[in-house]
Each structure stands twice: as C-alpha cells, then as structure tokens.
Design a binder for this molecule. Structure first.
Ligand SMILES: CC(C)(COP(=O)(O)OP(=O)(O)OC[C@H]1O[C@@H](n2cnc3c(N)ncnc32)[C@H](O)[C@@H]1OP(=O)(O)O)[C@@H](O)C(=O)NCCC(=O)NCCS
Length: 191
C-alpha cells in the first residue's frame, strides 16, 4: 500500500534516500545523464522549496518509494520529473504521482506542464501519453506537453482532500515509526 502526498521541506532526506536507491540506468533515465551519489545529494539540497513542489508515494513504513518534482521553467510552464523504485513499477504509482502533480500544477496557476525524457524511455513515454500529453521526439530526446485548464473550486477541493488523506497516513506512520522521523538529518554523502 502507498499514499500520495506532498513532501514537506524538512523531509528532504527521504527524497535523497529514494533517489540514491535508483541504479545507474534509472538515474540516467531520471536526470538524462549519469549522476553519482554526491550529485544526488547536491541536487536534493538545492531544491527551491519556496517555488517547487515534490509529490511523493510513501509506503506504510513512511519511506518514499516514488516522487515527482514539479519545477518552474523559464517560460513560466511547469516541468515534471518522475522516479519510481524498480520494485514498485508497473502498478500505477507513476500514474498516481502524475495525476497529483498535474492537479497541483493546475491549482498552482500553471497553464502548461512539460516532461523531458530520453527517447528510449518507453515507460515514461507511455505514462506521458496516458496523461494526455502530446509527445514530440527528436533524435535521443522526447518532450511531452499538456495544456491545463484554469483551477476551479472543485480542483482545489480535490487536491486538499488528497493532501489531507496523505497527512492522515503520515500521522499514523509517525505513531508507528516516530523515532525514525525524529532522527537528525544525516550528513552529506561522501565524495
Ligand atoms: C517512468 C516511471 C516513473 C514509470 O513509473 P511506474 O510506476 O512504473 O508507472 P505506471 O505503473 O503508472 O505505468 C505507466 C505506464 O508505463 C508503462 N510501463 C511501466 N514499466 C514499463 C516498462 N518497463 N516498459 C514499458 N512500459 C512500462 C506501464 O505499462 C504504463 O503504460 P500503460 O498505461 O500504457 O500500460 C518509472 O519507470 C521510473 O521511475 N523510471 C526511471 C526514472 C525515469 O525514467 N524517470 C522519467 C524521467 S521524466
């Protein structure tokens, strides 16, 4: 079982640990190039939490098993970048993250979302197509784009209900695993 919710800024080590569990091939798919442990640590530490959103899939033990990072592009559109751990793929986690992130982008005032992936990334291309994105591929790269409807009271409510459900699950997990959540943030990954 997993729940989808926004990652709280102080939970960033959970996102880092999730990305560190991706193998080299998956990191290449996620970032478009090879990235070592130190690069992942730096990437997560530099997320702009005031502007970006990270929606995560969390398992019953409170660990992040999937994530989508919503960031702002120069032209004011939103970019979505996905990662789901290998053991949890093909079960709709990517789709659930996409649904939440697209809703968050719409409610955040964005009028378009984009994804960028390698042309060889069939799973991401299928996920993008399933979300209704138009995909354009050139040589080794693909870009997907979807226009968003303006937010409505119903789209706001829908996101709030999803987040409340996610926070309720997080509170329950805190009751079971609170001591782990209270650990101080671990130090940077060594070079
Ligand atoms: C792309 C990714 C996020 C998909 O996550 P997921 O949880 O498996 O996604 P879902 O279960 O919701 O499935 C989404 C679609 O991908 C397809 N899919 C999943 N794994 C696949 C695979 N290995 N090969 C081909 N298609 C695959 C599913 O069948 C589904 O398509 P469908 O609806 O047409 O059947 C995941 O594979 C991943 O993290 N890959 C490594 C990082 C990456 O590529 N990130 C993208 C950068 S933007």
């Amino acid at each position: 079982m997993h729940t989808i919710r926004s990652l709280l800024p102080w939970e960033w080590p959970k996102l880092r640990d999730h990305l560190l569990r991706l193998d080299a091939a998956d990191r290449r798919m996620r970032f478009g190039h090879a990235l070592g442990d130190r690069g992942i640590d730096t990437f997560v530490r530099h997320i702009n939490w005031l502007q970006d959103r990270v929606c995560v899939a969390v398992d019953d033990g409170g660990a992040v098993i999937g994530a989508v990072h919503l960031s702002r592009l120069d032209d004011g559109a939103a970019e979505l970048a996905f990662s789901v751990e290998a053991a949890h793929r093909g079960r709709g986690v990517g789709q659930a993250l996409a649904d939440r992130a697209i809703l968050a982008a719409r409610n955040g005032g964005y009028r378009r979302v984009h994804i960028f992936c390698l042309a060889e990334n069939i799973a991401m291309r299928r996920l993008a197509a399933r979300c209704g994105m138009r995909l354009a591929c050139e040589a080794t790269d693909c870009e997907g784009c979807q226009r968003l409807e303006p937010a409505t009271p119903m789209s706001w409510l829908s996101e709030v209900i999803g987040e409340v459900a996610g926070l309720a699950a997080a509170t329950a997990a805190f009751g079971r695993h609170g001591w782990r959540l209270l650990r101080p943030a671990p130090p940077s990954v060594a070079a």
